[in-house]
Design a binder for this molecule. Structure first.
Ligand code: VAH
Length: 326
């Protein structure tokens, strides 16, 4: 008896991370738990993910692991979210290079072999101190000063190569800082913009690791998920960029975020004690020109600073109320 080939499925690698976990929930809600596979080095934080659905605990830097999952589940699209972020990457640059590059190279090789579509996140970390910092253009100097940024530049060039030489439909976005409430901060320089909301609700005070005037491009997670889905659904002929699209929502200074939170929690205040992450933030753009994404595939962010603050505080209030009621 021949076993029927399962319906083509979606694989989310790095599923326990900030973006991966939200994409996994998105596809489980949209297509059903049986149609999406999560993969990470550690078991899922959410027990439900393993009890109802497909979850693989394995190392994505080992090609055979990825190939076994592709065959087992008939994977046709991979959202490859495995990665060590900027701040954590500076503490172990060799590991950051190995994890970020080895896993991506395997995903692209397997995508070429099995005709799989790929999404892979780049970052504003591709830009460095020699890049124009205000309204940073799509095509510009990419001389990052972090290993994370180096892996993102190298990754973008790999994606572009695999598109032109092996016709792999791989698509990518240069994300700004992403603000979300469902997962703990994951070792990024923009983590302050997530930590601050938890601290505001729990302690009415936050010690910020960048200076008050530090201004960075940011976006809310709902906008980030929408940008990924919109890009992956865009007709291929509309896409003029196969390295990675500039993308952003808004830019704000740490002080502006403090002031916005104080509109909701009047007693909230910040102390500022810049650490090693200040030097990283100082090499990144202040504002991004994402007009190419808006022209090619209709990108449009929804959340401004007031909207992000409102959404974060209301969702986290609910989270802490539930946590304290148990
Ligand atoms: C980081 N959140 O801070 C990530 C992101 C633009 C920053 O790549 O490393």
């Amino acid at each position: 008896m021949t076993t029927a080939t399962p319906k083509p499925r979606t694989l989310i690698t790095g599923v326990d991370g900030q973006i991966g976990s939200e994409l996994f929930d998105y596809f489980r809600d949209k297509d059903g738990a049986g149609q999406v596979v999560g993969l990470d080095l550690r078991p899922p934080r959410k027990p439900d993910w393993q009890q109802h659905g497909h979850f693989e605990v394995m190392d994505a830097t080992i090609r055979d692991n990825l190939e076994s999952v592709i065959k087992k589940y008939n994977i046709r699209t991979i959202y490859h979210l495995v990665g060590i972020l900027s701040a954590k990457g500076e503490l172990d640059p060799n590991l950051a290079w190995h994890v970020n590059m080895q896993s991506l190279k395997h995903v692209l090789d397997l995508a070429a072999e099995y005709n799989i579509r790929v999404f892979w996140p780049s970052s504003i970390a591709v830009f460095g101190p020699t890049t124009p910092r205000d309204n940073t253009p799509q095509e510009t100097v990419l001389e990052p000063r972090t290993m994370y940024g180096v892996t993102k530049v190298a990754g973008e060039l790999l994606c572009n190569y695999y598109f032109h030489h092996f016709n792999v439909d791989v698509r990518s976005l240069r994300f700004p800082g992403i603000i979300s409430y469902k997962t703990p901060p994951g070792g990024g320089t923009t983590d302050y913009a997530v930590e601050i909301f938890h601290a505001a609700l729990q302690h009415q005070h936050y010690t910020c690791f960048v200076s008050p005037e530090t201004t960075l491009p940011m976006m809310y997670m709902d906008d980030a998920i929408k940008s990924i889905i919109d890009l992956m659904h865009a007709p291929a002929e509309k896409l003029s960029i196969r390295t990675s699209y500039n993308l952003t929502g808004i830019s704000f200074a740490a002080r502006e975020l403090e002031t916005e939170i104080r509109k909701h929690i009047p007693s909230f205040h910040c102390s500022y004690e810049p650490d090693y992450r200040q030097a990283i933030a100082d090499t990144w753009p202040i504002r991004i020109d994402d007009s190419r994404a808006r022209e090619d595939w209709g990108w449009q962010h929804q959340y401004d600073l007031a909207g992000i603050t409102e959404a974060m505080l209301s969702n986290l209030r609910e989270y802490y109320e539930q946590k304290h009621s148990h």
